[in-house]
Design a protein. Structure first.
Length: 404
């Protein structure tokens, strides 16, 4: 007999008969383990069937909503501007002879800042004074002639034409005097303009000219700028939409406005720190800027230490009004749904969880001001939100700030 496959080993019946006891032993072990596993499954099923189902109730922390008095404020962006600004310009032509201030220093009103060479204006003034004296000297003689001719013309000692000429000469002399007096006054004013003085008290900036520079009367470029910084203005910007919303809330009675408190303004600096002195709201503009849709409000703040400088960006906290029946809920009790809407979990009278869709107005401290979705007496879950779902039964545990 030949091999079917060359090199393959052929097993005989004798070989199989020698391995049969070993195979029977392995089979008996497998059957034993299978029976043992079956008994374990049966015992486990019986134990599960006999054990009662778990009915553990989740504990949640709640706060009870109640009406509170809330002061509503709004933050408005703004920039500072000087209370008074004076651009120093010459009122006569001339050469700058002296500069009498230090750049960046504080100056008082009336202080001389520049001195224009006064020599030509002093000469013009002296000349005008002399011309006035000449004109005034002609008046008495002309007046005496008129008085004499008046008596003589009555007796026909002089002709009426001579009298008329005398009256005309007197009028000319008096007019010449008035003209000379005006010229002298003009020369005096020009002479007084040669010292250039500060019209206001404040801080002066850099000088745009040096000694020896030629300046012209009422030139376009100022020689220097003086700014009064104490007090200082803060110009705020408020959107017209916010103004309309505030007006509706006032008309509906939701908000009450304290006129005295409304006029007080607090300030936040660029670095977020508070500016200690309070300011006063002066006025609200009546014109809406068409490019931004906003209205300008102006407040004035004391600035004794010159902390506020013109052009600084600030934020002002302005009181809008008082809501005596505000519904406030802790921010940790408000979450967002998949659409981004604010929602809260509320425990009803049956201690069952309900989900409420909310409308919130703003944050006041660590709470939300709720305008719709909650009512006085509602129990809002603030602790254990992750362990509950709408419809679940819970055990209520009041937290600090909540009442039952």
């Amino acid at each position: 007999m030949h091999d079917v496959f060359p090199g393959a080993k052929v097993h005989t019946a004798r070989d199989y008969s020698s391995r049969r006891p070993r195979l029977d032993s392995v089979k008996r072990q497998l059957d034993w383990w299978a029976a043992l596993g079956l008994l374990a499954v049966i015992a486990s099923a019986a134990a599960c069937k006999s054990a009662p189902p778990s009915k553990a109730i989740v504990e949640v922390g709640t706060v009870t909503i109640r009406a509170e008095r809330a002061i509503l404020t709004t933050e408005l962006p703004g920039r500072t501007s000087a209370f008074l600004v004076a651009e120093i310009r010459p009122q006569v032509n001339g050469i700058i002879q002296k500069r009498l201030f230090e750049e960046g220093s504080d100056v008082k009103a009336g202080r001389t800042l520049y001195q224009i060479d006064p020599a030509p204006y002093k000469a013009a003034f002296d000349q005008a004074v002399a011309a006035l004296a000449v004109a005034e000297a002609k008046v008495p003689s002309a007046r005496s002639r008129v008085e004499r001719y008046k008596d003589l013309v009555a007796i026909h000692a002089v002709g009426e034409q001579d009298y008329d000429d005398a009256v005309a000469a007197l009028g000319t002399a008096e007019a010449g005097t008035a003209s000379a007096r005006a010229a002298a006054e003009n020369a005096r004013i020009n002479l007084e303009y040669t010292p250039i003085k500060s019209p206001i008290s404040g801080r002066i900036g850099r000088s745009s000219v040096t000694v020896g520079a030629l300046v012209n009367a009422y030139q376009g470029n100022p020689l220097a700028v003086v700014q009064q910084l104490d007090p200082i203005y803060v110009d705020l910007v408020q959107s017209s939409a916010e103004i309309l919303r505030l007006r509706r809330n006032m008309e509906s009675g939701r908000l009450k406005q304290d006129k005295e408190a409304w006029s007080k303004v607090k300030l936040l600096l660029e670095d977020g720190t508070s500016y200690p002195p309070e300011g006063t709201l002066q006025f609200r503009d009546i014109t809406v800027d068409p490019s931004t849709g906003s209205v300008t409000l102006r407040a004035v703040f004391p600035n004794p230490d010159n902390v506020l400088l013109p052009g600084m960006f600030v934020r002002a906290v302005v009181e809008e009004g008082v809501n005596d029946q505000a519904l406030l809920v802790s921010q940790q009790g408000v979450s967002r749904d998949t659409k981004g809407n604010p929602v809260a979990m509320v425990v009803n009278e049956k201690d069952t969880v309900e989900q409420r869709l909310l409308e919130v107005d703003r944050a006041i401290g660590d709470k939300w001001l709720v305008t719709r979705g909650l009512a006085v007496g509602d129990r809002v879950i603030v602790e254990g939100l992750q362990r509950v779902r709408p419809g679940a039964s819970v055990k209520v545990v009041p937290v600090d700030g909540g009442t039952e």
